[in-house]
Design a protein around this ligand. Structure first.
Ligand code: TXA
Ligand code: MG
Length: 331
């Protein structure tokens, strides 16, 4: 299959008709690019799982244009959900709600709940309005790789496997949405994102974070994460100074690269540096692009030093920790 690339909304009609015909089309959102299919069409949704190599027990987020379309897919909505929609949608937040069974079974991995988001991107909203049906769309990467923040990234991963990509430029925020379980009396954050716990709490009056505090913190060394992974192993050090860390690698022949950000990158060795950005916004915006650029041709190992957990946002730490093959925390 030849994968089409459409620029800035021309041929939106073509994308709509392909989606309506059960094809898979990648679309821009403000977080990352999504791999879209008609959420009501089981065969179409199956193609998303096939193209990505995604495990079938991982449910997809359904994208809609507005609150009315959201309501058509769910039952038993808690009153506070409408306050959250009012405050944050369209935007980088996904509501997990009780499904009424309208979406295809594989969208929800046969769960009774469905994750729904109204993306804040003009092309995505335009497309959703023109379609009139909900679009299931996980991030448009091959499973395990960093999410795509540019149309080019989608082509790198999925060219030949999907009908087309709508190029909407570089994704504004660069990290996936906050996923919030809204099925109970208090919202529970399942995945951190740009919309923070404190913001949700300020609207609803209460919020919980999935797992206890320990689990939410970076996990122990040696654990393998099949998420957001660059082509080379990433070792993440939290609370260590660079000299101590680099000394432990001193005798190894590995070609080491450094993933750095902010101002603290003063290092004694001349190592290739992958600089992500000055501040939290820049790091969020560029992290996946940089992780995608790291190549085995250049280095064997990527090291990232973060002075303390709170310096970067919870969402960034979550993604870095999952991308890393080794995480060490200096307590
Ligand atoms: O920003 C985003 O959320 C992007 C853009 C494309 O919208 N999408 C995205 O989708 O990141 P994906 O599939 O890469 O991640 C969806 C996350 C997964 O962790 C999945 O397990 C969770 O949402 N999820 C989806 N439906 C769920 C449900 N019913 N219950 C619990 N978790 C759910
Ligand atoms: Mg994903």
């Amino acid at each position: 299959m030849e994968t089409k690339l459409w620029h800035e909304g021309d041929s939106l009609e073509v994308a709509v008709s392909l989606l309506a015909a059960g094809q898979v089309v990648a679309l821009p959102t403000e977080t990352v690019y999504g791999l879209g299919a008609d959420a009501r069409n089981e065969a179409a949704v199956q193609q998303i799982f096939t193209a990505k190599g995604r495990p079938s027990d991982n449910p997809l987020i359904v994208h809609v244009a507005n609150a009315r379309q959201l309501e058509e897919l769910v039952v038993d909505v808690q009153a506070y959900v409408y306050d959250l929609i009012e405050a944050f949608s369209p935007g980088p937040i996904t509501y997990v709600l009780q499904s009424n069974g309208s979406v295809a079974p594989s969208v929800t991995a046969s769960l009774s709940t469905v994750g729904i988001r109204i993306p804040n991107h003009p092309l995505a909203l335009h497309l959703l309005e023109k379609c009139g049906f909900p679009i299931a769309a996980p991030s448009a990467n091959v499973s395990g790789k960093p999410s795509p923040t540019e149309a080019r990234h989608v082509l790198d991963d999925l060219s030949g496997k999907i009908a087309g990509v709508i190029d909407g430029g570089s994704a504004k925020s660069g990290l996936e949405s906050t996923v919030v379980d809204c099925t109970g009396p208090v919202p529970v954050i399942l995945r951190p994102g740009e919309i923070k716990a404190a913001q949700i709490e300020s609207v609803v009056g209460a919020v919980e974070i999935s797992g206890d505090k320990e689990q939410a913190r970076p996990k122990s060394p040696g654990m393998k994460y099949k998420h957001y992974a660059p082509d080379v192993p990433l070792h993440l050090y939290i609370g260590y100074d660079s000299q101590t860390v680099l000394a432990t690698y001193g005798k190894q022949p590995a070609r080491i690269g450094l993933l750095t950000y902010g101002a603290h990158q003063v290092l004694e060795k001349e190592l290739p540096t992958y600089y992500v950005g000055q501040n939290r916004e820049e790091v969020a915006h560029q992290l996946y692009r940089i992780l995608r650029r790291v190549s085995r041709d250049e280095i064997d190992l990527l090291i990232c030093l973060v002075p303390n957990v709170d310096e970067l946002s919870e969402a960034i730490m979550d993604r870095l920790t999952r991308a890393a093959t080794v995480v060490k925390v200096n307590k």
